[in-house]
Design a protein around this ligand. Sequence first.
Ligand code: NOJ
Length: 543
Amino acid sequence: MTVDRGLAPGEEAPVPWWQEAVFYQVYPRSFADSDGDGVGDLAGIRSRLADLAWLGVDALWISPFFRSPMADYGYDVSDYCDVDPLFGNLAEFDALVADAHALGMRVVIDWVPNHTSDQHPWFVDARSSRHSAHRSWYVWRDPRPDGSPPNNWVSAFDLSAPAWTFDEATGQWYLHMFEPAQPDLDWDEPAVVDAMHETLRFWLDRGVDGFRADVVHGIGKDPALPDDPPDTAGVPHCALNDVPVTHERLGAIRTLLDAYPGERMMVGEVFLMSTETVATYYGHDDELHLAFNFPPLFAPWLADRWRDCIRTTLDALGPRGAWPTWVLSNHDNPRHRTRYDLAAARAGEDPATTVRRSERRARAAAVLLLTLRGTPFVYQGDELGLTDADVPADRVVDPGGRDGCRAPIPWDGTPDHGWPTREGAGPWLPFPPDADARNRAAELEDPSSMLHHYRGTIALRRGCPPLVRGTFDLVDTSDGVLGYRRAVGSDAVEVLINFGGAPVDAGRPSAVGADLLLTSDGVEVTGSFTGVLGPDQAVVIRG
Ligand code: NOJ
């Protein structure tokens, strides 16, 4: 399978920045705290920008920092055009963007178009009466004759709960694909479209380079609100909603973005488990610039499964000229290192072995993420090899059970790990395990650390056109090994990854003797490829 961009041999098209970039997701509450309240903030992010530039990332995606009652930690927005005082203010945001740009990094911010907070003035007005000015901005329906919700849609965090809440005062149900505190906007109402476009302009005018659009496939709903099929019982409606009108709405958003200079972009969260369907949200280069594709994120650490995911992704996106994204972790799911370790333990891996393999697997996964064809997104802390925090029951705060992956970044080995809090109470969530040893300062000192491995792999990628924009071909390997070739003309590299815990002949006789450019377990790389991969080892060799 060869994928290319329809260019003549040797011809190079200008590549938009978001196709070449390595993105880094910042979850602001847990990144860095400047004021000692135990919650990270914009000034904290700004104070660490030089560290991110050192790592080599090209763009930041910053999760929500807008005014919010924090029922969903910022994904419940009560003012799209202001910074929540917990995180700072607009001047601090402007300073953050200016500093990031000065360091050569782009800034992409979250945008939450599917729902607002129930404390947003629009919803406060909407629920005040059936005749209020904003009533039509949300999805209201009468009860069914037996008083039950209008349909069988299930909400995201409590799969036993309807995606509807009954409003006693006005006698109707309102729709919320997530928490009751997150009522869905009704994009059939033209005033909603105008108002939400205005929120995009607000931030574009302030100089952001783009948006990560939250559950963006939700902005079109079937006006008949039909029941979800019986065979999807227990699946939240947000994982099923896929309606043609959404594509028109994304087209209008694309036109708005493209009217701004500077290649502003949007990466959409399309939480649908079919990659073929996700591909449709790129339109024909006239909807989303990029879309997240979740099946690889949920794929187990197995060579065959990854080969299938890659093939499916490139086959679905290639014919549209759509550019893939690759994500291993984010703020909504256990970190990949944690997932792979748990799966290995379930599969019977000896716990003593797991301790050793865990780090090696995570290092190999970094090579995979950063060498596939597409735009990689690194989740904050993955570059330190963090695993999820163990969050005791009395410290659980998230309605969706996602606290573990949101643990604060340990910056150093001091008792507060760089989070000195005013009351001495510590940050809002516990630190990940081993923060005394596994923290940025310690890893910076150790050239063999995960941090240096990420930096080295990002640097290799940046200096290697085949890895940034080359063609992609899977190559034949022995079992348990994934291999692919990336090339721009005759400039080619090959990536080989051993998903198993024992040394293996890679099954690439033609690669024996090729120059090694990177090994996932090596500090300094010299020499040539012997044909054998070490346990859990990834290598990049000259093709
Ligand atoms: C997806 C976001 O990533 C998640 O954190 C949030 O809870 C839901 N959308 C609702 O906004």
